[in-house]
Structures are given as C-alpha cells and as structure tokens.
Design a protein around this ligand. Structure first.
Ligand code: FE2
Ligand code: FE2
Length: 197
C-alpha cells in the first residue's frame, strides 16, 4: 500500500467525475480524514477510501452492470432496477483493478458506503458517515445534529443516518436494499444493548 500516490488518485478523480461529484469526493476525503483523527483510524486509509468511494459514480449504468457481470459480482433486483446503486460494487472492483488498492478494509469501505452493513469496521463507518455529512451535502434532514454527533459517538451517528435513509426511501416509495435494513437493525440493537449495560 506504500506505493499508492494519493495526488495521482485525486487527479484521476477530477478527470472521471463531473465537477460537483469531484467536490463531493474532496469533501468526503477531508471529512473522513478528520473522523479518522478523532477515532484513531489510519489517516491514509481514510484519505484513500474517501478519494475512491465514488470512483464509479459517473460511469454510465450499462458499464456498471457490465463490470459486475464480467467479474461475477452479484447484482440483486434492487440494483438491477437502480443501477446507480452498483457504483459501490463496481467502484470497489475499479479501486483494486485500476488504482492498485489491495487493503481489504479500504475495499470494504468503498463496497459498503451506500448501504452500510452489520458489524462495520471503523474505516467503513467513517466513510459511510463522511459520505452523508460532508459539507457539500445540504438536503438531508437533521444534518447539523448528525454532524455534531459524528464526532462524539460514531455508532449513534451511523444509526441516525441509517434511520433517516430508511425513512426517506420509504416515504419516496423507493426500493430499500435489504442490507440497509439489516444494518439499521444491527446498530439499533447494539446501541440499546450498550444503554442497558
Ligand atoms: Fe456513493
Ligand atoms: Fe459519495
């Protein structure tokens, strides 16, 4: 992992992403790095995962499906209907294949940044939360509260984001990826357990 040149990755993202996606990428990168400082996570891993988390976002949908099918990455019904969701799976592959990332924690942080999952690693939580709270985000509800809590208790922030995401998807009649529901239930139970102790 020592040979990874983050400046090169940043320049590559500027090329493959549109302007607002690139600004979002930079926002996620420095927010993830700040969270890594707060929680004692590897700063470089947070930087690399932040830079690459949306590396497949601006690719067209057919290409995302093609990458997954070609490399035996399973595509579920929700993803087939909304191929944009596949940018996480396709992106984790591109991070390995094009950008030479071998660290499985970074790959998992890219892979799970849209849905979350039960029992996430610290880096996965950091990228998931940074993706939601980075300064260019303005539309989500409770943002100022979540931003504050993110630096106090990352599990609590994670649960708030999962909960708001499920509420948003349900209200909009959107499809819910079963993994988001599973992640929500896992962290809800975990936080309740902690409060009982
Ligand atoms: Fe994304
Ligand atoms: Fe993102």
């Amino acid at each position: 992992m020592k040979s990874i040149d983050t400046k090169k990755i940043r320049k590559a993202m500027e090329k493959v992403q549109d302007e607002s996606r690139y600004e979002h990428t930079l926002g996620v990168t420095y927010t993830a790095t700040a969270l890594a400082m707060r929680y004692g996570c590897d700063l470089r891993s947070a930087e690399i995962a932040g830079l690459l988390h949306d590396c497949a976002k601006c690719m067209d949908n057919a290409k995302k499906i093609q990458i997954c099918e070609k490399h035996n990455i399973p595509v579920n019904d929700v993803e087939r209907k909304n191929p944009s969701l596949l940018h996480a799976k396709a992106g984790s592959f591109i991070a390995m294949d094009t950008y030479g990332i071998t660290d499985t924690d970074i790959i998992n942080a890219i892979l799970n940044h849209t849905t979350g999952r039960p029992n996430m690693s610290l880096l996965e939580k950091i990228v998931y939360v940074a993706d939601y709270i980075e300064p260019n985000r303005t539309k989500a509800p409770n943002l100022s509260e979540i931003r504050k809590i993110a630096f106090i208790d990352i599990n609590e922030a994670l649960l708030m984001i999962l909960s708001d995401t499920l509420t948003y998807l349900t209200a909009g009649g959107g499809d819910i990826d079963p993994m988001t529901q599973k992640a929500y239930e896992y962290y809800k139970a975990k936080i309740e357990e902690q409060k009982e102790e």
